[in-house]
Every structure is written in C-alpha cells, then in structure tokens.
Design a protein around this ligand. Structure first.
Ligand SMILES: O=C(CO)COP(=O)(O)O
Length: 245
C-alpha cells in the first residue's frame, strides 16, 4: 500500500509571518497521509522548528554539493538546514532556468547523495496536450529526468500539466487517470516493485473543491499543491480529502 502524500510548494512566496500558516497545517492530526511543505530556502530552518510531523523540503538544488555557484543551494545544504525532500524539475524551473531532463537527473542524483527524497516533476504544455503528444512528452521526461536507482523510498513523481498550474483549469479525471496509469506502467517496467511503490502526485490547481474527485482517480497518490498550500485552511481541507480517500 502506498501512503498518501499532501505536498505544498510555496514557490517564491513566504516571509517569517507565513510560518503561522505552517503552524496551522502542523496542528492537524493525520493518520493516512504524509504531509510535506516546501517553503523558500530562506525559511527552511525556521519552518523545521514549527513543523511538528510535517516534513520540510527545498524547491530546487544544485547538482554539485559545494563550489563556485553564486546564488545556488546544494542538496547537502538543504539536508543540513533540516529538509528531508526537494522538488526537482518543476516546470517553472525548466522554463525560467532552462533546466533539461539531464539537469534534473543530475540534481536527483545529488538529492539522493544527500539523503533527500526527490520529488521529480513532469508535465506537458497546452500545445503538447492539444497536439496529442502528452504521453510521448511524459515518457521522454520520465526516462530522462530519473536516473537508475530510483526507489519507492527515495523518489516521488509529480505530474503537473503546465497549463493547469495556477490557472484554475484541471484536466478531466479521465485525462488524469490516463497519465497516472501510464506513469505507473513506465515506473513498473523500469523499476519493478519499486515502481509499484513509488508515489505519483497530481499537481495543478488542486483546491479543496476538486480534491476529493482528483484523489479518487486511478494511481493518484496525493497532490503537489501551489496556491492552496499557502493558507492553512485550504491545505488542511486538502489533507482531509486525502485522509478520507
Ligand atoms: O505548480 C504547482 C505545484 O508545484 C501547482 O500550483 P497551483 O496549485 O497554484 O496550480
């Protein structure tokens, strides 16, 4: 049985005052669902102190563990700050920083080397969705972004259609199931039972109002939530929907 995971990606949002929202999230008792919040790197240490049983993660790491890379943060540094996870290959980083699948694979290797769980993001653009190439795109991203050695313990996959992020639009439940079933089959082909155990999250405009139906969808093991993870009342409602799923 895969444990469910509610993951929040705060992106470039959050000052010290935002930690009260994390406190509200940490106050909720869950039994079925693991909870992860990925605040900006500046807040990780303080977040860990507020987090209780909520895991804290980074939003990116460099592929090297140290060196002359101004402005970057390594996986070792995230670990040292108290993080247990790191989001890698988010579409905003692929777009803003030109990250390729090979870059994401190198970062994933670095995350594992620092004993972090890698949350590896995949997703098609609207053009690719409309052009009918979604599964090809996902297959290529998955193969290129995930090194050999991925296990159920060291890796989580997040399927985030780019056109659903921050737009209020989500794919149909059939479309979500098609992609998640496809990802599961690819993971099992490559990683065997580890692929069966790996969690596959859906991300893109997950809200309290659509969480229940999304979580009832085939091979959806949780969510990677942006905007709705910034408010404790929204995110705890999403956690409750997962707990009940
Ligand atoms: O990109 C996302 C999470 O990584 C999704 O963001 P939204 O939930 O704001 O659409």
């Amino acid at each position: 049985m895969r444990r469910k995971l509610a993951a929040g990606n705060w992106k470039m949002n959050g000052l010290g005052a935002s930690l009260s929202e994390l406190g509200g999230i940490a106050a909720v008792a869950t039994t079925q669902t693991d909870v992860l919040i990925c605040p900006p790197a500046t807040l990780i240490t303080r977040a860990v102190a507020e987090a209780g049983s909520v895991a804290i993660g980074g939003q990116d790491c460099h592929a090297n563990s140290s060196g002359a890379h101004t402005g970057d943060v390594s996986a070792e540094m995230l670990k040292d700050a108290g993080a247990s996870h790191v989001i890698l290959g988010h579409s905003e980083r692929r777009a803003d920083h030109g990250e390729s699948d090979a870059d994401v694979a190198a970062k994933t290797q670095a995350a594992w080397g620092a004993d972090l769980v890698a949350v590896v993001c995949l997703g098609e653009s609207l053009e690719e969705r409309e052009g009918g190439t979604t599964l090809d795109v996902i297959k290529t991203q998955l193969a290129g972004s995930l090194p050999d050695g991925a296990t159920a313990a060291n890796t989580v996959i997040a399927y985030e259609p780019i056109w659903a992020i921050g737009t209020g639009k989500i794919p149909t439940l059939e479309q979500i199931a098609e992609v998640h079933d496809f990802i599961r089959a690819e993971l099992e082909t490559r990683f065997g039972t580890e692929g069966t155990g790996m969690r596959v999250l859906y991300g893109g405009s997950v809200k309290p109002s659509n969480a229940t139906e999304i979580f009832a969808t085939s091979n959806v093991d949780g969510a990677l939530v942006g905007g709705a993870s910034l408010k404790a009342s929204d995110f705890t409602a999403i956690i409750a929907a997962l707990d009940a799923a």
